[in-house]
Design a protein around this ligand. Structure first.
Ligand code: FAD
Length: 289
């Protein structure tokens, strides 16, 4: 289908973009890579009268090493993430996850900020950012503020973004060198959204799990931080019993919909399987003390 009519705006600064979005109100939407928004417009599930294109804002694109944190500008594409030597060395789970998003054409346009701000439970970056304990930097009419990824998602397509605000960057604390990581995603075919997916970041010491963080994609209206599941593996040697307990705790917090990817029961079960796989892969990659 063809989208409805809209007026296209191309601001040249963040302040101008915020001013446009705040001034035009509910009928205006930010446009980044367009690979979630334009399909929604074609289906007439979104009918914005104004699109404010963030693509011309050079200040929003790029990956910066701040030492203990890495900052990724909102319009940095998923392809940029995959190409980044810095991320490959210090945050390899970002590359692993990005490679599981859609296909190369979509990843060339789709942005980190768009993926995080969209609020679609099927997006892969939100659970990853919750797992990593990332912060989102937001700019709006009242200035700049920071919201933790773990506090950002309120429901399907509902986020902490206030009217006129845009996400300008994602700040990610870098896990310790030698950490183990994995993003395990079950999908029906290449390019599909997750039936269920799990992100795990952990460290080990003396053959036992020292720290662990687990988050889930597309098994509830929002991404889920599986805190109890992570707690259950800390201090263990990640034996079969610990993995089973973590998978069960993760499943218990899910609330998946029955859809073309499977029944709710199947998707809940697969969330547990993804957690078990991700824990084992992460542990095998960890270089503990
Ligand atoms: P846009 O489509 O431009 O915007 C999406 C929404 O976010 C809009 O509401 C927009 O107003 C808002 N927005 C964008 N940027 C900002 C910002 N900086 N601040 C505030 N609001 C903003 N994604 C996955 O995660 N996993 C998949 O497996 C996957 N498969 C896909 C398969 C297909 C066939 C397609 C078409 C897309 C798929 N996607 C998938 C979605 C893709 O990753 C999108 O690119 C991404 O979800 C949105 O990023 P975008 O830059 O394209 O944002």
């Amino acid at each position: 289908m063809i989208p409805g009519q809209f007026t296209y705006h191309r601001p040249s600064s963040v302040a101008e973009a915020v001013g446009l979005l705040a001034g035009l109100g509910e009928e205006a939407r930010a446009l980044a890579g367009g690979h979630s928004l334009i399909p929604m417009m074609k289906l007439r599930m979104a009918t914005p009268e104004h699109l404010v294109d963030l693509g011309g804002l050079a200040e929003l694109r790029g990956i910066r090493d701040d030492g203990a944190t890495i900052t990724i500008g909102a319009t940095t594409t998923q392809a940029d993430v995959i190409r980044s030597d810095l991320l490959a060395a210090r945050l390899p789970i970002l590359r692993e996850t990005s490679l599981l998003i859609a296909d190369p054409q979509i990843r060339t346009r789709g942005t980190v900020g768009g993926n995080c701000a969209n609020g679609d439970p099927g997006n892969d970056m939100p659970a990853l950012m919750q797992c990593l304990g990332a912060d989102y930097v937001l700019a709006g009419p009242a200035g700049e503020r920071t919201v933790a990824a773990r506090d950002f998602y309120q429901g399907a397509y509902f986020t902490a973004l206030e009217p006129g605000e845009i996400l300008t960057a994602v700040r990610i604390p870098v896990p310790p060198a030698g950490h183990g990581f994995a993003y395990e995603k079950l999908k029906r075919k290449v390019g599909d959204y997750a039936t269920a997916a799990a992100a795990v970041v952990l460290t080990t010491s003396g053959g036992r799990v020292a720290t662990c963080s687990i988050a889930l994609t597309n098994v509830a209206p929002t991404p889920l931080l599986a805190e109890e599941a992570a707690r259950l593996v800390i201090g263990t040697a990640l034996d079969a019993e610990a993995v089973k307990a973590a998978a069960a705790a993760a499943k218990a917090i899910t609330d998946p919909a029955t859809d073309g990817r499977g029944t709710a029961d199947y998707r809940r079960e697969m969330a547990g399987v993804m957690v078990a796989r991700a824990l084992k892969t992460a542990a095998s990659r960890a270089k503990g003390a």
